[in-house]
Design a protein around this ligand. Structure first.
Ligand SMILES: Cc1cc2nc3c(=O)[nH]c(=O)nc-3n(C[C@H](O)[C@H](O)[C@H](O)COP(=O)(O)OP(=O)(O)OC[C@H]3O[C@@H](n4cnc5c(N)ncnc54)[C@H](O)[C@@H]3O)c2cc1C
Length: 461
C-alpha cells in the first residue's frame, strides 16, 4: 500500500469555511478502499463527497478522509425501468447532464447540483418537493456499502433494511457508499413552469403554503429575515413543476430536453477578510430582491438551473463571507408550532444577524430512517456570517425554542448544536447507534461531527 505511506495531509472545512481541521486525504479507486480503512488509526476514516455540507460532517481531524473516484459516463441508465446505477462519487451535476437529455430527472435535488450521490444518501437530502415526494432515501433501490471489516454489503429497503435505513441520513458513519441504483422521474422537457408570488408577511405566507402547497410539486419561499414589525416574514413564494412540451414556446420546442448549465462567474480568492456580506449589504440586497420580484406571475418558463440551483451560477460564492466564513442554521418544527417559528424569526430580525439566504419550506411525511432530518412541519434555513460569542448565544437560545416545540436540527448544515440538542431532537438515536455498532464494533467510521455530537461515542471514542 505505497499510497498510504505518505498520504497528503490537508486542511478541510465544510461549505461554511469554519473550523478547519487536518486529515490524511486519499483519493482511491473503490477496490483499494478496504486496504485503506484497515490502516486507519484511532481517529478512523470517513468518506467525503464534494464538501457541500456546511459544518464538520465531511471532516475527520487526525484521521483518514477518503475521496471516491467515479465517472458519470459509467452510469447505467435503464430507460424502461427509469432507473440509473451510478458510482456514489458522481455528482448530481454530472448525473443530470447524462439523464436530462434522455428525459429523466433526479427525484430529489438540493439547492446545489454540486453534491455527490453518496452525500445525498448519507444526508438523506430533501428538495422543494419534500411535501409531496419525501427525501432522497425513498428513491434508492439498492446500494453497495463498504463496511468497517472491509466487506461489501448490498443493501436497500428490501435487503438488510435496518442497515439501509441507518445508512440513509447516517452521515457516512455506517460505511462508505460505493454505488447506488436510483429511481428517476420522467420529464418531457428540461424547463420548469414557475409561479411567483410576493407575500407581505409571515401570516399570509404560512396561510398560503398551508392551503395550496399540496397542489404543486415544488414549493419554496425566500424570506427577508431583516424585515421587522408589520413586514416580519415578508417573502417571495416560488412554485413550479416540470414544463410539458405544449407549454414551451417555438424556440424552446426545437430541443425540449436541451441541458447544459454553466457558471457565469466565480468569486475570486481575494475577498476582504471581513467579507462583503454584513447587515448593511444584506438589508439592501433583501429590499431589492423583494421589490424586484413580481407581485404575482404565473407560468414563467425557466431552466432547471435557474429554478433549482440559482446559487450555482456564481462559483465559490461562500467566499463572500470573508475569513470568518458563515454558519448555516436549519431546523424543522412540527405543524401546530407556528408560534415557535415566529419567535425564531422575530429574534433573528431583532438581533441584526443578517441572513441573505433564508428559505422556508413545508415538509411532508418523514422517512423511516432513524436519523433522517425531515419531519412533517416547517423548516427554516438561514445563513449568518462569521462566528462570535453573541451569535453562539443567539443560536443556542433558538435551539431551545426549536427543541421545546418538538423540532430538530439538520446534521448536514450544523456546526454549532450540542449532543443534548441532538439527543432531544432525534429520539431514535440509540436505535441507530445499535445498528451502527453491530457493523462497526471498533469505531472505524468517524467524523468531526460524530465526535462533536456524540454520535459515535456509545462504546468507542
Ligand atoms: C448551496 C447549497 C444548497 C443546499 N441545499 C440543500 C437542500 O435544499 N436540501 C438538502 O437536504 N441539503 C442541501 N444542502 C446540503 C447538501 O445537500 C448536503 O450537505 C449533501 O450531503 C452534500 O453532499 P456532498 O457530496 O458535498 O457531501 P459532503 O458534504 O462531502 O459529505 C456530507 C456527508 O455525507 C457523507 N458522505 C459523502 N459521500 C459518502 C459516501 N460515498 N459514502 C458514505 N458517506 C458519504 C460524508 O461522510 C458526510 O457525513 C445544500 C448545500 C449547499 C452548499
Amino acid at each position: 500500500m505505497a499510497v498510504l505511506m505518505s498520504p497528503p495531509r490537508r486542511s478541510l472545512t465544510g461549505w461554511g469555511r469554519t473550523n478547519a481541521t487536518l486529515s490524511d486525504v486519499l483519493e482511491l479507486p473503490d477496490h483499494e478502499l478496504p486496504a485503506a480503512i484497515k490502516e486507519a488509526g484511532p481517529r478512523g476514516a470517513l468518506v467525503r463527497g464534494l464538501g457541500r455540507s456546511y459544518g464538520d460532517a465531511a471532516q475527520n481531524a487526525g484521521g483518514i478522509v477518503l475521496r471516491l473516484l467515479g465517472a458519470a459516463r459509467q452510469a447505467v441508465l435503464d430507460e424502461q425501468l427509469g432507473m440509473v446505477t451510478v458510482s456514489a462519487g458522481v455528482s448530481i451535476d454530472d448525473l443530470l447532464r447524462v439523464i436530462v437529455p434522455r428525459g429523466f430527472f433526479v427525484p430529489v435535488t438540493p439547492g446545489t447540483r454540486f453534491v455527490t450521490v453518496g452525500g445525498a444518501i448519507a444526508s438523506d437530502i430533501h428538495g422543494k418537493n419534500h411535501h409531496v415526494d419525501g427525501s432522497f432515501g425513498n428513491y434508492v433501490e439498492s446500494l453497495q456499502l463498504l463496511l468497517a471489516d472491509g466487506s461489501i454489503a448490498t443493501i436497500g429497503p428490501h435487503q438488510r433494511p435496518d442497515l439501509y435505513w441507518a445508512t440513509v441520513g447516517g452521515m457516512g458513519l455506517t460505511g462508505a457508499i460505493l454505488q447506488a441504483t436510483l429511481r428517476l422521474i420522467p420529464i418531457e422537457t428540461s424547463r420548469m413552469s414557475v409561479d411567483t408570488t410576493r407575500m407581505p408577511d409571515l401570516d399570509s405566507l404560512l396561510a398560503e403554503m398551508s392551503s395550496s402547497d399540496d397542489d404543486v410539486r415544488y414549493s419554496v419561499a425566500w424570506i427577508d429575515l431583516v424585515a421587522k414589525g408589520r413586514n416580519l416574514g415578508r417573502s417571495v413564494l416560488s412554485r413550479g413543476d416540470h414544463a410539458r412540451c405544449d407549454e414551451l414556446g417555438p424556440r424552446e420546442s426545437v430541443n425540449p430536453l436541451a441541458y447544459g448549465p454553466h457558471q457565469l462567474l466565480s468569486v475570486p480568492p481575494l475577498v476582504p477578510p471581513t467579507g462583503v456580506l454584513n447587515h448593511a449589504t444584506v438589508s439592501a440586497f433583501n429590499e431589492l430582491w423583494f421589490r424586484k420580484s413580481p407581485r404575482r406571475r404565473t407560468g414563467q418558463i425557466v431552466g432547471i438551473g435557474a429554478f433549482f440551483h440559482p446559487l450555482d451560477i456564481v462559483g465559490s460564492w461562500n467566499r463572500l463571507y470573508g475569513a470568518k466564513g458563515m454558519l448555516q442554521y436549519q431546523f424543522v418544527v412540527p405543524f401546530g408550532q407556528e408560534a415557535a417559528m415566529r419567535t425564531v424569526i422575530e429574534r433573528l430580525a431583532a438581533s441584526g444577524a443578517a441572513s441573505f439566504l433564508a428559505i422556508l419550506k413545508r415538509f411532508g411525511a418523514g422517512s423511516v430512517a432513524p436519523l433522517s432530518f425531515p419531519a412533517p412541519g416547517w423548516t427554516l434555513t438561514l445563513d449568518v456570517p462569521g462566528a462570535s460569542r453573541a451569535l453562539g448565544d443567539l443560536l443556542h437560545g433558538l435551539d431551545r425554542v426549536v427543541l421545546d416545540a418538538g423540532g430538530r436540527h439538520y446534521f448536514a448544515k450544523d456546526a454549532h448544536t450540542t449532543p443534548e440538542a441532538i439527543r432531544r431532537g432525534y429520539p431514535r438515536l440509540d436505535e441507530w447507534k445499535a445498528i451502527r455498532d453491530s457493523v462497526d464494533p471498533h469505531g472505524v467510521w468517524q467524523s468531526d461531527l460524530s465526535r462533536r455530537l456524540g454520535l459515535t461515542d456509545s462504546t468507542h471514542v
